[in-house]
Write a protein that binds this ligand. Structure first.
Ligand SMILES: *Cc1c(COP(=O)(O)O)cnc(C)c1O
Length: 429
């Protein structure tokens, strides 16, 4: 569930009319619902209540300081993938001893920084990384806490760019080699073994692959525990969200055809994984990103031009792939809805595209949408995760602002970049 809804044909986020807001802050602009994030966090927390657990929010999904702060308030830990993310979490008031550090390419200065801040655990993805962490910990005169990311080799029904749990992926250590690598880790003097981690991919809409991963890893966990004291098992993130939703349906018949109803709710997820996780008798960590913030954000944009050609019609809007790259990168689907709904307007088949000089710069192709006129504004839905954070300055376009709403309270939590921001740090020789 989320807090975006129409009230007398005007789209609202919580208690705020988005058309009015878009005029005040300009477009494009990201808008987030604090209540939705809190609700998502609390539902997952509640669904997992029978289990000793910690939710380490996957910071990479959306690392705005205000959102990190909100999650600190909710009691989240954080899963980070860079020194920069740790820096941001600390700046937002998070604690390093509640952070796990993931990623295949941790750099020496990042490892040093994370150690000096007292990060809870490094989730290690290769033997080379173990050796480097051991070396740096030795240099600093401390012991580095580690877990191994084990790849259970399960199939995940998701886009191949975000599937990570197969042996052919760059992620993790193969199930067949894990024992050996744990033994190697135990032989290194400056490491402490803390746990085991896995993460099978993202945007997964059935609990089956998670259960399969836990079952495949269970014998390994039992065997490792005989020799090394484990403090946790992390099942990673990856819970999918529904990108297609009823809010957009202008035409019920068209809506019916869509493959809706595939939601993996916190309750469904928990009811499937609780039992196999309980059998491990270990504290469980989760690293959800998308499922906490994805449906809590929208990207507001305005129609600049209508372009009608014999083959296709285009609505050219002021947001581009530099603001939101998911459609171009992952063929990501996002619902597009008008800020002012006109129920009597006809539907038309249209491509919604941005101003960037790339054919991949689109938000929808041949989509049936209620006709929109130049100057009217729209919301690209479910863009709270992997939206702003993947933004760039391509085409010298300033990054859009980010706005956080809670009830009727509106806070600009990141200013729109200026043209001056675009040249900051550049030098003419
Ligand atoms: C990306 C990532 C996550 C979060 O994935 P979501 O699909 O956003 O929940 C969690 N853990 C690791 C190691 C990741 O790389």
């Amino acid at each position: 569930m989320h807090s975006f809804h129409y009230t007398s044909d005007s789209l609202h986020c919580e208690g705020v009319d988005l058309e009015t807001l878009s005029k005040e802050v300009g477009t494009p602009a990201y808008v987030y619902s604090a209540t939705t994030i809190r609700d998502n966090f609390r539902s997952l927390h509640k669904a997992l209540a029978p289990l000793k657990h910690r939710i380490c929010y996957a910071t990479k999904a959306n690392s705005n300081l205000a959102i990190l702060r909100l999650l600190v308030e909710e009691g989240a830990g954080f899963d980070i993938v860079s020194g920069g993310e740790l820096f941001k979490v600390l700046r937002a008031g998070g604690r390093a001893d509640q952070c796990t550090f993931a990623g295949v390419g941790k750099m020496p200065h990042e490892i040093e920084y994370a150690l000096s801040q007292g990060v809870y655990c490094f989730n290690v993805e290769s033997e080379g990384e173990l050796d480097l962490i051991n070396f740096i910990a030795g240099k600093l005169g401390c012991k580095a806490p580690i877990a191994l990311r084990v790849n259970p080799d399960v199939d995940t029904p998701t886009h191949h760019y975000i599937s990570t749990g197969k042996n052919k992926n760059k992620f993790g250590i193969g199930l067949d080699r894990a024992e050996e690598v744990y033994t190697h880790a135990a032989s290194l003097p400056h490491l402490t073994i803390r746990g085991m981690q896995t993460h099978i991919g993202s945007q997964i809409l059935t609990a089956t692959p998670f259960v399969e991963a836990i079952k495949k890893l269970t014998p390994l966990i039992q065997s490792i525990r005989k020799r090394h004291a484990l403090e946790f098992f992390s099942i990673g993130g990856g819970i999918g969200i529904v990108y297609e939703e009823a809010l957009a349906s202008g035409d019920p018949a068209w809506w019916k055809e869509r493959k809706n109803g595939a939601q993996l709710s916190a309750e469904d997820y928990a009811s499937a994984v609780l039992e196999p996780l309980q059998q491990l008798e270990l504290p469980i960590f989760l690293e959800p990103g998308r499922s906490l913030v994805g449906n809590a954000g929208v990207l507001l944009s305005k129609a600049l031009y209508r372009k009608e050609t014999p083959k296709k019609n285009f609505l050219i809007v002021d947001a581009g792939m530099n603001d939101l790259i998911r459609p171009a990168l992952y063929q990501g689907y996002h619902e597009i809805v008008p800020l002012q709904r006109h129920p009597n307007r006809a539907l038309e088949k249209i491509d919604v595209v941005g101003p960037v000089c790339e054919s991949g710069d689109f938000f929808a192709q041949e989509r049936m949408l209620s006709r929109m006129e130049v100057g009217e504004s729209l919301a690209i839905m479910s863009t709270g995760a992997y939206g702003f954070v993947m933004g760039s300055n391509y085409n010298a376009r300033p990054l859009p602002p980010e706005i956080l709403i809670e009830g009727k309270k509106v806070t600009v939590v990141r200013r729109r970049q200026s043209w001056e921001d675009l040249v900051r740090g550049e030098i003419i020789t």
